[in-house]
Write a protein that binds this ligand. Structure first.
Ligand code: GAL
Length: 672
């Protein structure tokens, strides 16, 4: 008996030691455990001040298959850190049911970052903005009684804390914090709350302080950041976001100067031009930041990627989140941006010993009216930055006995205070030109484009197939109630689409009146306020549509005598992701829906019986998926017959849903 107990004891000890060894091994795969702290000059990593370059890369905006290659290109580009938000609505699509699989396998992602020798900055939020649907909030959050987002509100704070704790505990359990040998050196709570804090009065101030102390209290063991939060408490770092942050000063002398979002490009909205920021200007902004005392800078985004599925925020942000980033949507190097910034990082690294060695401000030398030098010098090292902030003229300046020619709007980096290793305006990287062939098997269409019907038709070849979606209710799953229900309360954001169908009776008398007074009386549907898109069908025929954010819709209608079926398709195009009071914004219709222009008084349709149908048939049948599309009755598109308003298109390897808006046609990519 005693022997058995002894053996059992030994067995337990053996198991414990194996588990311990395994976990140490696991941790050592990444780093030897190290501490992260900070002083007024920089983050202190394992006892040393560091100047850090960080690369923004949101893991669900690429597929896990793409992650290793993208991380390798980030490393090769000279970054030290990868930065990402955590996406609450992706991780907890249903309250209490978590998803850490596939594109949401954050543990795998952080481990890949660690394995490549890079650090990680995890911005938990959980409000993230990020042009992400509803700013990252799960839509079910709206349904919690008494909830008000991002303010001193008990139900919200409880939910927020639960998610933040979940993420911190997960990272700790997976040994991903620096002190465990993992790559995580920084965290973030909230996101740019300072921008909207005043909308909530004292409750906003109290909430910000609660968020800070709640986060800090989780004992994660690495510093927390609150970006754009000038009232961040002493124990939380504040940080700048913007196109230029070289004038930024943190709210305490004890904190280093951090730049959490260097906007090196921008997102694209429906129908708007694709933004572009030149590599020279980005390099200038970054060099100026380090010149004037900055110590951590993150590119937002280094890789932007794709808003898969229905993750794009808005309203009206598109599928691509390319962001004009150094790595394009497909993970290809965007040149000369990637290469020019790589050269910049190499030059900055040469300056790092001097930058971290100088404890106070660098020596400032005025070189001309719009030219200045900052010199980081100790007895052993010396690095200097010479800036010409004149946007138009080259300047010739004298610095430490030598003459330097500074191109307009540029910074020269002198790692040894004498030789120019890099100038932000001089691009040495070759420019790459990418072309895309419409519909070729090897290319993807990256941005949905607004096309005229006439523009689409000539491109139609035999390979195009179409599938019409029915107008109105298409499944048993519809219900009829009196009145207009709020869009999200019905869809729960399971679909962008909501059909509202009602019947309107036009009597013989009314019809004769309308016919007799055709010139002065036009029956007109009025929707007082709606967002984002509405399409109106009368008796199965398309009548008109409108697009906008809380706009009034005025739609003339041509009735027939007897019963008329009015079917309105209400659509969201990405839920609001920025601003105060997000929970109150909602979607669909506000105010009255009525019919005017009849012989009788106005008809208030807001109190009529309406049938509700969530989603489109093709969407629910997943006709866009590789497995399911073959089960639908596709027909060849013929240029002789223009397709109906709600038509799925398939050509080679992608599918589109085309919606025509009067003159325009909008192509939406539902799935690549
Ligand atoms: C910032 C925000 C980011 C992103 C960015 C624009 O203000 O923090 O999440 O939305 O704007 O791309």
């Amino acid at each position: 008996m005693l022997g058995f107990r002894k053996n059992k004891f030994r067995f337990v000890i053996l198991i414990i030691s194996i588990v311990l060894q395994l976990s140490i091994l696991k941790a050592e795969l990444f780093f030897k455990p190290f501490n992260v702290s900070y002083d007024h000059r920089a983050l202190i990593i394992d006892g040393n001040r560091r100047m850090l370059i960080s690369a923004g890369f949101h893991y669900p905006r690429a597929t896990p298959e793409m992650w290793p290659d993208l991380i390798a290109k980030i490393k090769e580009g000279g970054a030290d850190v990868v930065q990402s938000y955590a996406f609450w609505n992706g991780h907890e699509p249903v309250r209490g049911q978590y998803n850490f699989e596939g594109r949401y396998d954050i543990v795998k992602f952080v481990k890949l970052v660690g394995m490549s020798g890079l650090y990680f900055h995890l911005r938990i939020g959980p409000y993230v903005c990020a042009e992400w649907n509803f700013g990252g909030f799960p839509v079910w959050l709206r349904d919690i009684p008494g909830i008000e987002f991002r303010t001193d509100n008990k139900p919200f704070k409880e939910e927020m804390q639960r998610f933040v704790e979940k993420m911190v505990n997960l990272m700790r359990q997976e040994l991903l914090f620096s002190w465990q040998g993992g790559p995580i050196i920084l965290l973030q709570i909230e996101n740019e709350y300072g921008n909207i804090e005043s909308s909530y009065g004292q409750s906003g101030k109290d909430y910000a302080m609660w968020a800070a102390s709640m986060a800090y209290g989780l004992g994660a063991g690495v510093p927390w950041v609150m970006c754009k939060q000038t009232d961040a408490p002493e124990y939380i770092l504040d940080a700048c976001n913007g196109y230029y942050c070289d004038g930024f000063k943190p709210n305490s002398y004890n904190k280093p100067t951090l730049w959490t979002e260097e906007w090196n490009g921008w997102y694209t909205s429906w129908g708007e031009r694709v933004p572009h920021r030149p590599a020279e200007d980005i390099a200038f902004a970054v060099a100026r930041f380090f010149q004037r005392g900055g110590s951590y800078q993150n590119y937002y985004m280094y890789f932007g990627g794709t808003n898969f599925g229905r993750t794009a925020g808005g309203p009206f942000y598109i599928t691509s989140y390319d962001y004009d980033a150094p790595l394009d949507e497909y993970g290809l190097l965007s040149q000369p941006k990637w290469g020019h910034l790589k050269d910049l990082h190499a030059a900055l690294k040469l300056c790092e010993p001097a930058l971290v060695a100088v404890d106070d401000s660098p020596q400032y030398i005025k070189l001309g009216p719009k030219q200045e030098a900052h010199v980081y010098r100790t007895e052993i090292v010396c690095s200097a930055f010479l800036a010409n902030i004149d946007e138009h003229n080259t300047a010739s300046v004298r610095f430490l006995g030598r003459v330097y020619s500074l191109p307009p709007w540029s910074v020269s980096i002198l790692p040894n205070c004498s030789d120019v290793a890099y100038n932000t305006a001089k691009v040495r990287t070759q420019i790459s030109v990418k072309t895309q062939e419409f519909g070729s098997p090897s290319s993807y269409m990256t941005e949905p484009r607004i096309l005229q019907v006439e523009e689409v038709v000539p491109t139609i070849s035999k390979t195009w197939m179409t599938l019409e979606d029915p107008v109105g209710a298409w499944s048993e799953n519809n219900f009829t109630v009196q009145g207009i229900l709020e869009h999200l309360n019905v869809t729960k954001d399971t679909s962008d689409y909501l059909w509202l169908i009602t019947r309107i009776q036009i009597s013989e008398e009314e019809m004769s009146f309308l016919e007799a007074n055709e010139d002065s009386f036009t029956p007109t549907l009025i929707i007082e306020s709606m967002r984002d898109v509405v399409q109106i069908f009368l008796n199965g025929q398309f009548a008109g549509s409108a697009v906008g954010r809380w706009v009034r819709v005025v739609q003339p209608l041509h009735f027939v005598q007897g019963y008329n079926e009015l079917a309105i398709l209400s659509e969201t195009v990405g839920l609001q992701n920025y601003g105060a009071f997000l929970e109150k914004d909602g979607a669909g219709f506000r105010g009255q829906i009525k019919l005017t222009g009849l012989k009788t008084e106005e008809i208030d349709l807001s109190t009529s019986l309406w049938t509700y149908q969530v989603g489109l048939k093709g969407e629910f049948m997943k006709v866009y998926s590789p497995d399911q599309h073959k089960f639908a009755n596709w027909v060849h598109l013929s240029p002789d017959k223009l397709p109906s308003m709600l038509t799925w298109y398939k050509v080679l390897n992608f599918l589109l849903l085309m919606e025509c808006f009067n003159q325009d046609s909008m192509l939406r990519i539902l799935q690549k």
